[in-house]
Design a protein around this ligand. Structure first.
Ligand SMILES: Cc1cc2nc3c(=O)[nH]c(=O)nc-3n(C[C@H](O)[C@H](O)[C@H](O)COP(=O)(O)O)c2cc1C
Length: 505
């Protein structure tokens, strides 16, 4: 990955015709979100620079990665089809080598400290934070309009560890918010260690006076490597993510200490929001458009108190979008969940060829895997391993032979139609651990009556789901009819003819 920094990244986009400047005045409430969603649906993977957000003099940039995999594949220097496997191998290599340690710069040399707001000045409503979707937000006070920050969060799990991750952050006060920290993420674990108890435990087990505040910095305006690291669920707990990013880039990342908390952030970031989670202090969050395409209900989440905001003199506000899938959030989260499944599967099944986590299907609910099958039973092993790799995200796993391009829905449908027989090739596991945002896993409340009116029976227990594995591979040894495929020799003969005919169109 080239070291460009966020500003260099935008310049590169402009030079290569991949930057779309939107000069008209546009509202940060709903309008920018709707514009981004249109671009996502039209597969426009240009960077979007909104130069004139209404009421703010800070431009908003969206689509660092966008809703396609082109820029991720380019970052790993491979075609889209091999990006998951390449990223999986590269991350494994870097983790084994320990990566390249970060370099620390003095605060006077850090562009992210050109302006420093503390006390009452550190007011979140001064930033062009978007309401991404019209029905987002708590909206319990006049100035609370359902604005959410979606940007990497930086934390320090231990003296050696450095973590980058994403946690949605709703503004519930001028100097605070509510943040969703999902179980199983590194920050959930670090926070529970600081607080001295599990967040999910009954409150009778909490001893808030013994807990320590957990500091975090939300960083806006970073180069794509930090975005990818923040989304990367394939990195181990207490890893130094900065060294891993350095290893992936081939050079150290430049970091600086925060002003009010013991956390390090990229020195060339645009805006840094410093703050702490106090033990067992909660705030209501949402409703909010979740990655599965539904408005998730309002829920109690950890409250975040802002202690300082630092920034460049003329910052650009970088935004990662969440709305109806397709969207950038699902896209990058799904990519790295794919990497995680790929590496987990490879550990037990070296003949795994590719993994595709469908970003539209809850970015982890549906996983497609292709294997070069050698033994009976491997497909079931792959299904179960893919399920456990994602700690309850995964609901449906489809396994294909290696001749199927699992990124192509036509190829997948073809394999399902011709290589799958429901009575033999289906694995069903009821009551597997699931996700509380699965609309079918809401206990009594959400049990849909698909075969008649809901009578209270056969409800699915809260947060569990039925896991399904679908084997779309040809049985070993079965002599099936030959598949119609392009002939390599004929194809090479018409390659040139094709290019010329296309150019002459
Ligand atoms: C754009 C985006 C938004 C995300 N939002 C959240 C969120 O609100 N809460 C959460 O716990 N995880 C969220 N995730 C998933 C985690 O950030 C992701 O799994 C990350 O790798 C966790 O890192 P960690 O385990 O190193 O802490 C999001 C992922 C992406 C890509």
């Amino acid at each position: 990955m080239a070291d460009t920094g966020f500003r260099g990244f935008i310049d590169d986009l402009e030079e290569s015709g991949q930057l779309w400047r939107i000069k008209q005045e546009i509202d940060t409430l709903d309008e920018i979100g709707a514009f981004i969603a249109r671009a996502d649906y039209a597969h426009i993977d240009k960077g979007l620079l909104f130069e004139n957000p209404k009421g703010f003099d800070i431009p908003v940039f969206a689509n660092t990665i966008g809703s396609t995999y082109r820029r991720i594949a380019e970052a790993f220097d491979v075609p889209v089809q091999s990006a998951v496997a390449r990223a999986g191998d590269k991350i494994k290599q870097v983790l084994m080598s320990g990566g390249i340690p970060p370099e620390y710069v003095d605060r006077q040399d850090a562009p992210c400290k050109e302006i420093i707001w503390t006390g009452k000045e550190a007011d979140l409503t001064r930033l062009p934070i978007l309401r991404m979707n019209p029905k987002d937000g708590t909206k319990t006070k006049a100035f609370l309009e359902g604005r959410f920050i979606c940007t990497p969060a930086f934390s320090k799990p231990s003296e050696e560890g450095r973590n980058v991750s994403y946690h949605r952050f709703e503004i519930t006060d001028r100097q605070g918010g509510s943040v969703w920290i999902f179980r199983g993420t590194g920050d959930a674990r670090s926070m529970e260690e600081a607080w001295g108890a599990k967040i999910d435990d009954p409150s009778s087990n909490w001893e808030p006076e013994k807990g320590r505040p957990f500091p975090t910095a939300f960083v806006i305006g970073v180069s794509p490597e930090f975005i990818l690291a923040g989304a990367n669920s394939a990195l181990p707990y207490n890893n130094n993510d900065f060294a891993t990013i350095g290893g992936l880039k081939g050079e150290p990342v430049k970091m600086v200490k925060c002003e009010t908390i013991d956390v390090d952030v990229p020195a060339d970031a645009e805006i840094v929001i410093e703050g702490v989670y106090h033990p067992f202090k909660w705030a209501k969050q949402g409703r909010f458009a979740s990655f599965n395409g539904f408005y998730d209900d309002a829920r109690r989440r950890p409250a975040f108190e802002v202690t300082a905001i630092t920034m460049r003199a003329k910052p650009i506000f970088q935004h990662v979008h969440i709305g109806r899938p397709l969207n950038e959030t699902n896209n990058i989260a799904a990519f790295f969940r794919g990497v995680r499944v790929y590496n987990d599967l490879k550990a037990v099944l070296p003949n795994v060829v590719d993994v595709y986590v469908d970003p539209s299907a809850g970015c982890g609910f549906t996983v497609h895997v292709s294997i070069d099958k050698k033994r009976i039973g491997e497909t079931k092993l792959a299904m179960m391993r893919a399920y456990t790799a994602l700690q309850g995200f995964c609901k449906h796993v489809f396994i294909y032979d290696e001749d199927i391009d699992i990124r192509d829905p036509h190829e997948r449908d073809w394999a399902l139609a011709h290589r799958f027989m429901a009575d033999r090739d289906l694995l069903i596991v009821p009551n597997a651990l699931g996700m509380n945002i699965d609309p079918l896993a809401q206990g009594k409340m959400g049990m849909p009556a698909k075969l008649g009116p809901y009578d209270g029976h056969a409800e699915i227990p809260l947060n569990t789901r039925t896991f399904m594995g679908v084997d779309c591979t040809v049985p070993l040894g079965l002599n099936v009819m030959e598949r119609v495929m392009p002939d390599a020799e004929v194809e090479s003969r018409i390659d040139e003819m094709w290019s010329k005919a296309l150019a002459a169109q």
